[in-house]
Design a protein around this ligand. Structure first.
Ligand SMILES: *Cc1c(COP(=O)(O)O)cnc(C)c1O
Length: 408
């Protein structure tokens, strides 16, 4: 089954029994059983079934299975938001004294989160780019995970997943990737050796900007040493499901960052068109970036454009597609604002992966909590505009952007 067909007819689409063409929303908190014995069994994972929506729910289960199948994972766990997914994916394996190595071109919220982790004795060492050369000197006995974005948002640097995964595995360290901006349409990171994937499914997976959610997917490939990774000893018996089992029975369940059933439903509907949308979005982004650069007035950054250091990686990892984000440097903050205010179609909003094109000035919004250095490492300058490309007609977008550029 190819990508678009799998979205509609994959094994995971058959996981509900009612015959409904999309799974019905189980908008309930709890599930009742005929006998106390049955409830006991379900509660203790000794019989299949659902007990309480924070822990499991049919429509959430259906969403998790679909994402898991697309990524080719062993299991997935849905969360209340992308940030919740990142937090729990990491806290499932980290404890006081542990260290993360991460790319500095990360999503602003993730950089803020890693600062919050410091209070709990978890330290992050940042590298400018996630490459073997930059990671190697920072590895020590406390390094428990390497974390990076497949395509940095908004830095647009592209990670060579296979090279990094092979290297960190030689040091017995897992690689967690945030694949939000790439989506399974561009890449299935497990095929390149990533161990765990997190998504903010608020973005392209949902596709219409109508709900916040996140999801964690495990490849089942990393061998968790119960001494190095506290708490894993008792999950050894789950074999390749150890990570997911520990997550479900531990931090994810207890912190309570579960997904709402309604949002799982909206994500499932959105996901059916993920392939179609991404195809149009990538085509739009590439055409628009090229048209912008031809003006010679401002410059656009996009992973496939001429002169990008990532052209080869994009071919190797993403089948030549560049994703849905491009950035523009307008020359000054004042020109950036004037440009944004002149655009007819692009909505001025934070968020990416909406069906509508969105623009934002990251330095004055998403990165207001970050230092100038953090900002620049993330590819954000005073004159940077981030564009999240939508599915509008290509020519309309080009005409609108070129007119706004000419007005400068
Ligand atoms: C939006 C985003 C997040 C955070 O996700 P939320 O759903 O907003 O919590 C994390 N990583 C990346 C790359 C994002 O774009």
């Amino acid at each position: 089954m190819r990508f678009d067909t799998k979205l509609l007819h994959g094994q995971a689409t058959k996981s509900h029994l009612s015959g409904a063409t999309i799974p019905p929303i189980s908008q309930v908190s709890a599930f009742a059983y005929d006998t106390a014995e049955e409830l006991e069994k379900v509660f203790n994972n000794r019989a299949p079934g659902f007990a309480y929506t924070r822990i499991s729910n049919p429509i959430i289960d259906s969403f998790e299975r679909r994402v898991n199948e697309l990524e080719g994972g062993k299991g997935a766990v849905a969360c209340a938001s992308g940030m919740s997914a990142i937090t729990q994916a990491l806290l499932n394996i980290l404890s006081e004294g542990d260290e993360i190595i991460a790319g500095s071109g990360l999503f602003g919220g993730t950089i803020d989160l890693f600062k919050d982790f410091e209070k709990f004795g978890i330290k992050t060492r940042f590298v400018k780019h996630i490459t073997i050369e930059e990671i190697e000197p920072l590895i020590n006995e406390n390094t428990k995970v390497v974390y990076g974005e497949v395509i940095g948002n908004p830095g647009l640097d592209v990670m060579d997943i296979k090279a990094v995964a092979d290297f960190v595995h030689s040091k017995n360290i897992p690689l967690i990737v945030d694949s939000t901006t790439a989506t399974p349409y561009l890449i299935r990171p497990f095929e390149f050796g990533a161990d765990i994937i997190v998504h903010s499914s608020s973005k392209y997976i949902n596709g219409s900007g109508n709900s916040i959610s996140g999801v964690i997917v495990d490849s089942g490939n990393f061998k968790w040493d119960g001494i190095r990774y506290k708490g894993f000893e008792e999950y050894k018996k789950y074999g390749s499901l150890a990570y997911i089992a520990k997550l479900r029975n531990g931090i994810w369940r207890n912190m309570g960052g579960c997904l709402a059933p309604m949002n799982a439903f909206l994500n499932i509907i959105g996901m059916e068109t993920l392939g179609l949308r991404m195809e149009r979005i990538c085509d739009n982004a590439k055409s628009l970036a090229e048209a912008i650069n031809q003006t010679g007035i401002v410059t656009a950054n996009y992973p496939t454009i001429e002169g990008s250091p990532y052209q080869d990686l994009v071919k190797k990892q993403f089948n030549g597609k560049g994703g849905g984000i491009l950035t523009i440097r307008a020359g000054s903050k004042e020109r950036a604002y004037r440009f944004m205010n002149t655009l007819k179609y692009a909505l001025k909003a934070t968020n990416i992966g909406d069906s509508k094109t969105l623009v934002i000035h990251p330095a004055s919004t998403i990165y207001t909590h970050n230092t100038k250095e953090q900002m620049q490492n993330a590819g954000v300058w005073e004159d940077t505009i981030r564009v999240s490309i939508g599915i509008e007609d290509t020519q309309d977008l080009i005409e609108d952007f070129i007119a706004a550029i000419k007005s400068l």
